[in-house]
Design a protein around this ligand. Sequence first.
Ligand SMILES: [Zn+2]
Length: 205
Amino acid sequence: MAEPSRFQDSGYVNWLKAGQSLICTAEGIYAFCDVAIRNYHLALHQKFPRQPCDGPCQEQSLCPSCLARHQEWEQDILSQLTPGSDPGQTNPGKPLWEREAWEIAEVFMRPSHESFRAGGGDTISLVQLVTNCRLFASSIANRQSFVDVTAIRRNLFQSTDFKLTNTELKDHIKAMVTLLEDPTQLKNDARATQAVQQLHQVKEN
Ligand SMILES: [Zn+2]
């Protein structure tokens, strides 16, 4: 007799749905994060404009003029760390900061293999960015909802049986909806609203 399919196990299907919901949540907050990071990148360029290069100068070996400017960038970026946060990055993308806004974002995330430049990113890194970076302090009313989603993600990935009850799935989706409906900005964000609709579909299907 054939083994019953895992997809007939409602607990396992719920676990998969929770994972899918986390992906929807990441998609829902990506644009919100992207705007904030790009605006900050632009502000850094304006605040610390390029000085004549003493040359020869390479990304890994800067001339004194470029190095001084780079240190100003570094000081400003590190001052945006939320007090008490420790994303654990040691040398995050430094040579690429000037060219690539998302290299700055990675200062606030734990090391990840995901590429944010491509416009993607995993939920946990984006949530870390929002909670670890002070740029978001005024655009998020309910920081706890981000902490809650971090815990959900951790529990899902550390699960020993890869199963969730209907109630657990419902509660997890509710927490993600709370995050996506944060009243300061996300509530009026088109991508976040779309993600909320997707989460309701996941819950009902
Ligand atoms: Zn230089």
